[in-house]
Design a binder for this molecule. Structure first.
Ligand code: HEC
Ligand code: HEC
Length: 432
């Protein structure tokens, strides 16, 4: 297959002699152009240009979080993100599973907190661009998302009444610099939440409405501070970005940034592999949900993905329309126009972004694949889904939505090599 690369290049040179250039400079500059190794057609060039990091707009503002641009909120959020006191065993923080040293993931197929979960941790960088959070999108904002793990049985395993007391004991000045004064907690029990152990539930039900609202507000505000911090985490430029910048600018020397194998992989990504139909834009995700027939982790208790999550986000008390949101009803369009009954959402999962992907195996919503080659081999195999209907499955009962993806063993390696060019640094952007 390596031969094909050279063939493609020599063909490129042959075409080069015959046609004017599309790479941003005119056909008169033949001599300079001869140094241009990789030839891209106008359409490919347009798609390539759209994948550059420089094309990523700032993450949209979240009208449901009034403090997301506050420097004090970012600082508070960063401390909370790393504080293991907000867990039942005093040992789990957000950073346990979202380790800054591991692309904000944990490297495990299934995350481990107080116990072992049923899905893989997600990279949180860039998630401010995502209208729906989690693999199934059961949360509609970053701040509301953050509240989930804090009370989840197998993650932090904590409870909101206790968190409020911890905020008072350890964070009072920092909290009050961002939000209103902490409420009087004298009537708030040490441990209480609406779900959880019978004792926690009973304690929650025994509280006055007012005390419950006070606790919920402090809990929501913790999420808002954490979200403000998460929004500062941004991707840095990769080798791929520099290659495309050079190519779009018509600078032939910049093309040396990728090897011929990586360039071949990139061609497959745009063309035969059809990857760019879902992994598109500067974050390489359409921010949508798809059933791609990934094998089930628990066949007897299948993960139905997006399907049941729609009802959950609609009735979540911490959603955009809820009492702790800072948004007006009109600002919650996404929630209001959610398609509540969409059969294609059965066992559908959010398309993950691919920046940094080579640095954070294993892959898929439950870590089903150990390597990028295994992921790509899955796309080629395109099995039918055990639950719902895979968008990629072919060859069965007339269910073909897409052309089958046909890639050789060498293509799979080249495509994986290309994905390796999407790795770059993650930085904390300064707050305005
Ligand atoms: C025990 C490991 C664990 C802990 C602790 C944990 N997470 Fe996660 N995180 C996960 C897993 C697993 C998922 C995907 C879960 C799912 O889809 O159901 C996830 C998903 C997310 C997402 C969604 C990203 C996206 O693009 O949709 C964000 C954001 C996030 N976590 C932030 C946090 C924050 C903030 C905390 C601390 C309050 C936290 N996590 C604590 C494991 C963990
Ligand atoms: C129909 C939309 C679609 C197409 C086409 C598609 N993907 Fe995906 N991709 C997804 C979804 C959805 C997931 C997550 C699936 C899951 O976890 O169940 C995913 C996951 C991945 C992952 C794992 C990332 C991670 O963090 O776990 C990689 C790598 C990947 N895709 C690469 C590719 C490549 C390469 C191609 C082309 C051969 C491709 N994808 C084609 C939708 C798509």
């Amino acid at each position: 297959m390596r031969k094909n690369v050279f063939l493609a290049i020599s063909l490129g040179v042959a075409v080069l002699a015959a046609t004017p250039f599309v790479n941003g400079f005119d056909g008169g500059q033949r001599v300079q152009a001869a140094a241009f190794r990789d030839r891209w057609g106008a359409e490919d060039l347009r798609v390539l240009a759209s994948l550059r990091l420089s094309q990523l707009p700032a993450a949209p503002t979240d009208p449901s979080n009034a403090v997301e641009n506050s420097r004090a909120a970012v600082e508070l959020g960063k401390r909370l993100f790393n504080d293991a006191r907000f867990s039942r065993n005093q040992a789990v923080s957000c950073a346990s599973c979202h380790d800054p040293q591991k692309q904000f993931q944990d490297g495990l197929p299934l995350s481990r907190g107080i116990g072992v979960g049923s899905r893989r941790a997600m990279p949180i960088v860039g998630s401010g661009h995502s209208p729906w959070l989690f693999w199934d999108g059961r949360k509609d904002s970053l701040w509301s998302q953050a509240l989930g793990p804090l009370e989840d049985e197998v993650e932090h395993g904590g409870n909101r009444a206790n968190f409020t007391h911890l905020m008072q004991a350890h964070y009072r000045p920092a909290y009050e610099a961002v939000f209103r004064a902490l409420p009087d907690l004298s009537e708030v029990p040490q441990h209480a939440r609406p779900t959880g152990t019978p004792a926690e539930k009973a304690a929650w039900n025994a509280m006055s409405d007012r005390a419950r609202t006070d606790v919920n507000r402090v809990f929501a505000n913790m999420g808002k501070a954490i979200a403000a911090y998460e929004k500062t985490l941004v991707h840095g430029e990769t080798r791929f970005d520099r290659y495309v910048e050079a190519t779009v600018a018509g600078n032939p020397s910049g093309q040396q940034l990728l090897t011929p194998q990586e360039v071949n992989g990139l061609r497959l990504f745009l063309g035969k592999g059809q990857c760019v139909s879902c992994h598109n834009g500067p974050l390489f995700t359409d921010q949508h949900f798809h059933n791609t027939g990934v094998p089930l982790r628990h066949p007897t208790n299948p993960d139905r993905g997006r399907a049941p999550a729609i009802a959950r986000v609609l009735k979540d008390e911490f959603n955009c329309l809820g009492p702790f949101s800072d948004a007006t009803t009109e600002q919650c369009q996404e929630l209001q126009f959610i398609a509540a009954d969409d059969p294609t959402m059965e066992a559908a999962f959010k398309t993950p972004g691919l920046r940094g992907v080579a640095m954070r195996p294993p892959y898929m919503h439950a870590g089903q694949f150990a390597s990028l080659e295994e992921v790509i081999a899955h796309y080629v195999k395109a099995p039918r889904s055990a639950v719902g209907h895979s968008e990629l499955a072919h060859g069965g009962a007339g269910h073909t939505e897409r052309q089958p993806i046909r890639l050789s063993a060498q293509d799979i390696k080249d495509l994986a090599a290309f994905l390796g060019t999407l790795s770059g640094p993650i930085t904390e952007a300064p707050v305005r």
